[in-house]
Design a protein around this ligand. Structure first.
Ligand code: ADE
Length: 253
């Protein structure tokens, strides 16, 4: 069972997430344990203060270190978790990072707030993490995004594990287009190949589309993708503006 400990001043933020869809099923199956920790429960004063002014002056308030350390120390009594803190400048969260986190048994995510957290909290942090180059008002949406991406990688969570294998980004490329019924909708037709029953050809067409989509939508990904000789050939065709059918007939597939 994978455990997530989320340190937050808004535990209610995670209720809908924990009670919906795949995540809710994973929790019910006992594959995931979601421990939302209200930092106010770890304050010592009667006002349950979680934030304070900045030393040296400056706008806004910072999350105090004591409640965060107190929660961390209690959680660590059982097992030391891998500790993340959400920060806009942290390591960029991506599918590779999600796979790495899926290997950890216990993950603690400190949700940043206000103008930030007291720097001394970094003493317990293994990794600062960002979900993109934009500023959120707090780390809660980031924690939710990270958990969602990691939870679906846990064996047994997604019904058909093949779907993980063909995910966009699983091999560094954008996904291929999919269709369901009806075969013709508002004049738009499902590609004939997908209805041909020729599975080898379908597989090749899908690979072509992945490479084409990546080239058109996320060319930056192609630099890192490990393409086979055949796939490099496909890319050359796409760059020259040629069609899948040209590739088929030129290469006698
Ligand atoms: N906190 C504020 N902005 C953030 C971001 N983009 N990612 C993670 N945490 C954040």
């Amino acid at each position: 069972m994978k455990k997530f400990h989320i340190l937050t001043i808004f535990p209610e933020f995670f209720e809908g997430f924990a009670n919906t869809g795949i995540v809710s099923k994973a929790i019910k199956k006992g594959l995931v344990y979601l421990n939302t920790v209200n930092l106010r429960d770890y304050t010592a004063d009667k006002h349950r203060t979680v934030d304070d002014v900045v030393y040296g002056g400056g706008p806004g308030m910072l999350l105090k270190p004591e409640p965060i350390f107190a929660a961390y120390e209690e959680i660590s009594k059982e097992k030391k978790p891998y500790v993340l803190i959400t920060e806009p400048w942290g390591r960029k969260f991506d599918q590779k990072f999600a796979w790495e986190l899926s290997e950890k048994d216990e993950i603690m995510i400190i949700c940043g707030r206000y103008e930030g957290v007291d720097e001394r909290v970094k003493a317990i942090v293994d990794q600062e993490v960002s979900i993109g180059d934009f500023v959120l008002s707090g780390g809660e949406p980031a924690a939710l995004v990270i958990m969602d991406a990691v939870i679906r990688l846990i064996p047994g969570v997604v019904g058909d594990e093949d779907s993980l294998r063909v995910d966009s980004f699983s091999d560094g490329l954008v996904g291929y287009p999919n269709y369901t019924r009806p075969p013709v909708f508002k004049g738009m037709e499902v590609p004939q190949i997908l209805r041909s029953g020729n599975h080898k050809l379908i597989e090749l067409w899908r690979r072509w589309k992945q490479i084409e989509n990546t080239y058109k939508k996320r060319p930056d990904l192609l630099k890192k993708a490990e393409l086979s000789e055949k796939e490099i050939k496909i890319l050359h065709y796409i760059k020259k503006g040629k069609e899948f059918e040209d590739f088929i007939s030129d290469n006698k597939v």
